[in-house]
Design a protein around this ligand. Structure first.
Ligand SMILES: [Zn+2]
Ligand SMILES: [Zn+2]
Length: 130
């Protein structure tokens, strides 16, 4: 029981850390943040908790360029990614989602219920900072 409480507490801290994050932190980033409050937590534990939380729909895992990132935004959305600094911006567009899903319906034998599109470009900061 003691273990269970501790485990839950870790999840609470992770959720709390992610709550207002819009920058899609990696496991490493979350680990560093959560460590401030739970100094004895290991990166593997953080990773396990993140997996649990995303599998149970508390947070969302996104894979961008082969790197797992996590975010609290559960609404269907797309991403705009800066090629220079790696900044990721959420982009909500029902039209785009519906259009893509409508389009993919033609593929038979596959139940598709979600879509995420990544757009690549250069953000305002990187463009201006030349
Ligand atoms: Zn940038
Ligand atoms: Zn996002």
């Amino acid at each position: 029981m003691k273990n269970k409480i501790k485990y839950t507490n870790q999840r609470v801290e992770i959720l709390d850390f992610l709550k207002h994050k819009t920058n899609h932190p990696t496991v490493e980033g979350i680990y560093k943040g959560v460590k401030k409050k739970l100094p004895r937590i290991s990166k593997a534990t953080v990773y396990q908790n993140l997996k649990f939380l995303s599998e149970n729909g508390f947070i969302k895992e996104v894979n961008i360029k082969g790197i797992s990132r996590f975010e609290p935004n559960l609404k269907p959305h797309h991403h705009i990614i800066c090629k220079k600094c790696g900044k990721i911006i959420d982009f909500e567009s029902k039209q785009l989602t519906n259009f893509s899903l409508e389009h993919i319906k033609k593929i038979k034998g596959f139940n598709i219920d979600g879509v995420e599109t990544n757009f690549y470009g250069v953000c305002k900061n990187c463009k201006g900072g030349k």
